[in-house]
Design a protein around this ligand. Structure first.
Ligand code: G3P
Length: 214
């Protein structure tokens, strides 16, 4: 089970969360990664935890002021990137170009999607994984696997019909070991989460709770 913790722009200390994740993963079979702000990639990668970018731009080296270059996040220590997160939407053409950029830089990819139809479209572009995250459940107290199990099952089927090699994850409201176990039962190979760890008073305890469901 892959557990990706997206720190978004939450006011947590990224290195503290990364160290907690590194220590938690040493006592678990789960694969954990942290996706901090771009400016924090180096600090997080320095802890030894698997580090992901929250986004890379669909551009190459050149005149692209203010964009996040895939090669730059790779050089900062990221080994993968989210794309098309619900809070950082891209056009289909830009997802395609950003996937090219990520591949050029040697980054693993997860393309986020709102629903099974978008999952199918994303899977057709050949990412390593897709993640279904209903926007209305993001940041809430009820996990996607509990609130809308059907969307996870349909996302798994939709991706499988397009390309069985594309892994399917789910996210939104995931914060407990039971949420992780429920996602796995529905066929998800991983979960994306944010607030359950980034807003926790004790990130290590939150991570241990999540990993109890793996
Ligand atoms: O990228 C994961 C995220 O969108 C889910 O957020 O706060 O519902 O765990 P949250």
């Amino acid at each position: 089970m892959f557990v990706l913790v997206n720190l978004k722009t939450y006011p947590c200390d990224p290195a503290t969360v990364a160290e907690a994740a590194r220590d938690a993963t040493e006592e678990s079979d789960a694969r954990i990664a942290i996706a901090p702000q771009t400016a924090h990639l180096g600090r997080v990668a320095a802890t030894g935890i698997e580090t992901w970018a929250q986004h890379v731009a669909p551009v190459d080296h050149g005149s692209h002021t203010g964009h996040t270059l895939a090669e730059a996040v790779r050089a900062a220590g990221a080994t993968g990137t989210l794309l098309n997160h619900s809070e950082r939407r891209l056009t289909l053409a830009d997802i395609d170009a950003a996937l090219d950029a990520a591949e050029r830089a040697g980054l693993e990819t997860i393309v986020c999607a709102n629903n099974p139809d978008q999952v199918a479209a994303a899977a057709a572009l050949g990412p390593d994984a897709v993640a279904v995250e209903p926007p209305e459940l993001i940041g809430g107290d009820v996990s996607v696997a509990t609130a809308d199990p059907e969307i996870v099952e349909k996302a798994v089927a939709a991706a499988d019909a397009v390309d069985p090699d594309v892994a399917v994850y789910c996210g939104a409201g995931v914060s407990t070991g039971d949420d992780v176990a429920a996602a796995a039962d529905l066929g998800a190979e991983g979960v994306l989460l944010a607030s359950g760890v980034a807003k926790a008073d004790d990130p290590r305890a939150a991570l241990d709770g999540l990993l109890s469901g793996v």
